[in-house]
Design a protein around this ligand. Structure first.
Ligand code: C5P
Length: 353
């Protein structure tokens, strides 16, 4: 069965659903968006997660915590903050942010234990498939899906190839698909767009938090089986940019403000930099999936990412899903690079300190 020390590839080809390892099911299981570390279900076979609420039927959604079961049989671990329970609404979670923050001293330890990545199953990593063409994206996806929970499709690939790209990268592997479309328009248009892509059953879909609560709510309601993640402040923006845009800064304050606004409006995921994860976690509690780009394994090139952290640092800070692109996809062997990141996170899970 599972090999807690090895890379535990679930499916070496990434295409054969018959050789899935523990933690994935070909169908029939309840798939909970946000359960980033395991519990794969074949494309289209997962159940509805119960609308826009965060009622839990399976394990612990929204975190990369150990103790996830692949199937929907996992229990609900005790809430580390003592505030947010698994069945509360996202709004409740946000409204308890003060409590969560005030308890951060006690909660810190428990949360870091809870936030340790699973020692088994695919790693809580979304590989950014920023490929020049569909064939390359599909090849990268097949190479990495034995090792990671999620593949991310960005705007460029989606606009070039449309919905077909989702089927191409998903293959038969059941890997979670993260549609990073960063929707930003009036609520009716975002609702229509979210409805249009909901039929592709993406696990995650991004919207811009600055669109406001009605936009976020519209996306959540239009795509109830998808975990809508709100982008807080783009990592390309600094304090001076916010000033020119007339947005109250500094960036850290704006990120926290937008995070709370988004969660109150029903977002069950947030995108923020690794540097902001701990502060955002304290604001929104444990049940929101925190997604961090700007992750670089030690020694990897920073490329154009300014505020970076290693996978281990990001998870320790409270990240649930690490977005990693070029360090994996530009490696001579993307499968091996993904396996190495997965192994580093497993080591962290086995030895969290
Ligand atoms: O190659 P790299 O690891 O830098 O890829 C990061 C991915 O995360 C890219 O797809 C990029 O668009 C995305 N992203 C980001 N910063 C954000 C939001 C998304 O780098 N704030």
């Amino acid at each position: 069965m599972s090999d807690p020390t090895g890379s535990e590839p679930r499916n070496q080809s990434g295409t054969n659903p018959g050789s899935v390892s523990a933690g994935r099911s070909g169908g029939g299981s309840v798939s909970e968006p946000g359960d980033v570390s395991g519990g794969r279900s074949g494309g289209g076979s997962g159940g509805e997660p119960g609308g826009a609420s965060v009622g839990r039927s399976g394990g612990e959604p929204g975190s990369a915590s150990a103790g996830r079961s692949g199937a929907a049989s996992g229990g609900e671990p005790a809430s580390p903050s003592g505030g947010a329970s698994g069945n509360q609404s996202a709004g409740q979670a946000a409204s308890q942010s003060g409590q969560a923050a005030s308890q951060s001293g006690q909660a810190g330890q428990a949360q870091s234990a809870k936030r340790a990545p699973a020692a088994r199953g695919p790693a809580p990593v979304a590989v950014a498939l920023d490929a020049p063409d569909l064939e390359t994206a599909a090849r990268w996806a097949a190479l990495v899906t034995p090792h990671v929970s999620t593949v991310k499709i960005g705007l460029e690939l989606y606009l070039r190839y449309g919905p077909d790209v989702v089927a191409s990268v998903r293959g038969a592997s059941g890997v979670q698909v993260f549609l990073d479309l960063k929707l930003h328009d009036i609520p009716a248009t975002v609702a229509g767009a979210a409805r249009a892509v909901a039929r592709l059953r993406p696990h995650f879909l991004t919207v811009h938090a600055v669109g406001g609560p009605d936009v976020i709510r519209a996306a959540v309601e239009a795509a109830p089986a998808t975990r809508v993640a709100a982008v807080t402040v783009l990592t390309s923006l600094g304090d001076g940019d916010l000033d020119r845009l007339g947005v109250a800064g500094p960036v850290g304050d704006a990120v926290r403000r937008l995070a709370v606004l988004a969660v109150e409006a029903g977002a069950r995921g947030l995108v923020c930099s690794p540097q902001e994860v701990a502060a955002v976690r304290a604001e929104v509690g444990p049940d929101v999936t925190l997604i961090t780009p700007g992750v670089r394994p030690a020694g990897a090139a920073a490329n154009d990412q300014a505020r970076i952290a290693t996978p281990e640092e990001a998870v320790r800070a409270g990240a649930d899903l690490l977005v990693i692109g070029r360090p994996i996809t530009s490696a001579p062997d993307p499968g091996a690079a993904a396996a190495a990141v997965a192994a580093s996170l497993r080591r962290l899970a086995l030895s969290p300190t």
